[in-house]
Design a protein around this ligand. Structure first.
Ligand code: ADP
Ligand code: MG
Length: 240
């Protein structure tokens, strides 16, 4: 079996009175691009938020590189999250957005400068650092959001439907952009989407979720050729 960088073990998550994610088990290989695919309300964001430490697990464990994260606060998990509209601070420059977490952690000024410059160069935005988000393109803002997630040393990035507000053409080029950055920078990606095409075109592995449970795990070809359930057939757009 491939060494997994991230492991979800019997993960259960919910809100008072309701369980939303039931007994989820998933092994994510180092450097993989994994999509969590499913309809609205099936629990995708809840899984991501729990991995990031923004929601508590009711049961089970989250293990990153052999370290149990389940009870750690978000800032000690070393996991980055990129939200739907990137959630950049609008009044701050790209530099300040990327530097934010390092400032909060009271890193020395010279180290902040070096780390922001390094990650900005890798993300191809070294010449954009003085700009505010509103004067950058969507693609550039996305790069800032990814750079901000990587600057603290995260090797695992979580994406919560980052493409869902875009029209088809921009969406297609942003998919390629994320894939290119992932290959060049070498991070492991967990990408949440309700869009079959996002998942099929980007992923090494697709995890199909339905009502907080895994219906099937496989690559796109397997889901197409050997759908495990009628839900998969319908959701992937096949009639069986
Ligand atoms: P997805 O991201 O797949 O659309 P979510 O993870 O946001 O789904 O939501 C999963 C389920 O949890 C939904 O049924 C939703 O109604 C419920 N839910 C989300 N947030 C809350 C909340 N704050 N309190 C109670 N239930 C919630
Ligand atoms: Mg969601």
């Amino acid at each position: 079996m491939v060494d997994s960088v991230l492991s979800l073990q019997s993960l259960t998550v919910g809100f008072p009175g309701t369980t939303v994610v039931h007994d989820l088990n998933l092994e994510v290989a180092d450097g993989a691009f994994v999509s969590l695919l499913g309809p609205s309300g099936c629990g995708k964001s809840t899984v991501l938020r729990t991995i990031a430490g923004l929601m508590p697990a009711l049961g089970g464990r989250i293990v990153l590189e052999g370290r149990d994260l389940t009870s750690l606060p978000p800032e000690r998990r070393n996991i980055g999250i990129v939200f739907q509209n990137y959630a950049l601070f609008p009044t701050m420059t790209a530099f300040e957005n990327i530097a934010f977490a390092l400032r909060v952690a009271k890193k020395p000024k010279a180290e902040i400068e070096r780390r922001v410059q390094d990650v900005a160069a890798m993300a191809g935005i070294a010449d954009q650092l003085d700009k505010k988000p509103a004067s950058m393109s969507g693609g550039q803002q996305q790069r800032v959001a990814i750079a901000r997630s990587l600057v603290t040393g995260s090797r695992v990035l979580l994406f919560d439907e980052p493409l869902s507000n875009l029209d088809a053409k921009v969406r297609a080029s942003m998919r390629q952009e994320i894939k290119r950055l992932q290959k060049e920078l070498g991070f492991t990606a967990i990408f949440v989407t309700h869009d079959q095409e996002d998942a099929l075109t980007m992923s090494d592995v697709i995890v199909v979720l339905n009502q907080g449970r895994i219906e099937q795990i496989g690559d796109g070809r397997t889901l197409y050729r050997k759908p495990a359930t009628s839900f998969i057939c319908e959701f992937i757009g096949l009639s069986n």
